[in-house]
Design a protein around this ligand. Structure first.
Ligand code: NAD
Length: 478
């Protein structure tokens, strides 16, 4: 029986590489029934701000797997990223991107590299919650949830175990973001105890990225947060040889989306010279996801044979290594001719049938004892030469019964004991604490005192403890 598959043909080179990919899938005997969707630039320009037509949403409700060619996001404001919308609406929390070298057929300094990046796909700065709070300061909220961390970390460990991988590396910036990235790392370390068969390590994302660029062979499976994973996976794909060759899987509990990692390449669209490999390898991941492992194996090995035969599209063509420069259609025909073959120099792939990854829903934890202990009030303030001591005097007049503990500017403590050299913007965070637990009405009455003071408060953030542990960071220099 054929499995239903939604298709987005995309923009730019999208239709060309989709046609090539489907021809190969058909020749390999993939059991699929296609449902083309209206999605992309034309849909954006027709007034749908997400780039997805209402009919496409209806189809996706029943056809839960999507193969998507790259889309052109129109220039200018007001258009929401189609990818982020799809990932979040369909609950595609895991972005899985294998990055493998194909030396000597594709040039790379790291011929033995073979790593997989498992990137959290829904949270982090991609919540898209941004505000302008003063003339000078804008903010973007980084939201990290415990269930979100648990799902992606569990996925990475389960993926590693099921695919015979040996090591999982967690990359975060928890030395700076102790609560958000700290939660991700703590979840990794806690869940790691259930996987003693896997080697585990944590690195700070900056040195981790540098090492992925310089020594990618030392990595196996990497799990990381959304933004870091976004950047790192392009670094890794390029280090492996070319971003043009990488595919990615976006997996959720009920939906899955597969795509190339490159864009719609409008500069070469319509010329029959685009490399369809990124979309084809995404389709291989899709076949494995759908349980059509034998077909996935046939297609992937035929593709490796084609690379090995030196039949290359222009983007990976190298004088002295390549034998024939071909266009998109001819490349697809060459892959089709190689169906059934195994590569000799490159390691053949095998996709033994595996039970689907079982990612249990994160458990509901008992609620912590939560106590309100203070409030950060953010101000736009531009008076008195932006002198923090003057601001603190105004605030001290309003504080009782709470106490002004500190004032920071862009996170750095400027009162008490600030340094005159610290650059200050017009955006101030003023921390008030109580001598014991507070109630909401204490915060409201403080804000009411602000109301009469003429100070322009732009936001407030409650300070809580959870089971006695502070749920807020200190000011830098506090
Ligand atoms: P791009 O990846 O489209 O192109 C970058 C360069 O790589 C270009 O020179 C292009 O010709 C080349 N290239 C890309 N894919 C190739 C292929 N398969 N074969 C041969 N050469 C290839 O990136 P861009 O130019 O920054 O973006 C173009 C458009 O794509 C933008 O509208 C962007 O928003 C969109 N985009 C979409 C996705 C997606 O749908 N997932 C991802 C990234 C970018």
């Amino acid at each position: 029986m054929n499995t239903p598959l939604a298709l987005a043909y995309g923009d730019g080179i999208g239709p060309e590489i989709m046609k090539a990919t489907l021809e190969i899938l058909e020749a390999a005997g993939a059991a699929l029934e296609y449902y083309p969707l209206e999605m992309g630039e034309e849909v954006y320009l027709a007034g749908h701000k997400s780039g997805i037509s209402p009919g496409a949403w209806e189809t996706l409700k029943t056809v839960r797997t999507l193969l998507k060619a790259p889309i052109t996001t129109p220039q200018g404001g007001g258009y929401k990223s189609l990818d982020v919308t799809l990932r979040k609406t369909l609950g595609l929390y895991a972005n899985v991107r294998p990055c493998r070298a194909y030396a000597p057929f594709v040039q790379t300094f790291h011929p033995t590299m073979d790593l997989v990046i498992v990137r959290e796909n829904e949270e982090d700065l991609y919540a898209g919650i941004e505000h302008r709070q003063s003339d000078e300061v804008v903010q973007c909220l980084k939201l990290i949830s415990r269930p979100g961390c648990e799902r992606i970390v569990r996925y990475a460990f389960e993926y590693a175990r099921a695919n015979g991988r040996k090591k999982v590396t967690c990359l975060t910036k928890d030395n700076i973001m102790k609560l958000t990235d700290g939660l991700f790392r703590a979840t990794f370390e806690e869940m790691g105890k259930e996987y003693p068969d896997l080697e585990q390590e944590h690195q700070i994302i900056d040195i981790g990225t540098a090492r992925v660029a310089a020594k990618p062979e030392r990595y196996d499976v990497i799990v990381t947060l959304n933004l870091y994973g976004d950047i790192l996976s392009d670094v890794a794909a390029e280090v492996a040889g070319s971003v043009g060759l990488a595919g990615s899987a976006n997996i959720g509990p009920s939906f899955a989306l597969f795509e190339a990692i490159h864009g719609s390449a409008p500069d070469i669209a319509g010329q029959n010279i685009a490399n369809p490999s990124g979309l084809l390898l995404a389709a291989v991941q899709m076949l494995v996801h759908l349980g059509q492992n034998a077909t996935a194996e046939r297609v992937h090995n035929a593709w490796l044979c084609t690379l090995e035969a030196g039949i290359h599209t222009a983007d990976v063509y190298q004088e002295g290594v390549s034998v024939q420069k071909v266009g998109t259609d001819a490349f697809a025909r060459a892959v089709i001719e190689n169906l059934g073959g195994l590569p000799i120099q490159l390691a053949p792939v095998s996709y033994p049938p595996l039970p689907p990854l079982k990612i249990a829903e994160p458990p509901v934890r008992p609620r912590a004892v939560k106590e309100l202990v203070g409030v950060d009030i953010f101000l736009q303030w531009d008076d008195s030469g932006r002198d923090a001591n003057t601001l603190a005097r105004h605030l001290k007049a309003l504080e009782a019964p709470l106490t002004l503990e500190m004032v920071t500017n862009r996170g750095v403590k400027v009162w008490p004991d600030g340094l005159p050299d610290t650059m200050v913007s017009d955006h101030w965070r003023c921390r008030f604490k109580g001598s014991g637990p507070l109630e909401h009405r204490d915060v409201v009455s403080l804000l009411e005192r602000f109301l009469g003071s003429g100070l322009d408060f732009v936001k407030s953030e409650h300070l809580y403890t959870f089971d006695g542990v502070a749920g807020f960071s200190l000011g830098q220099g506090q």
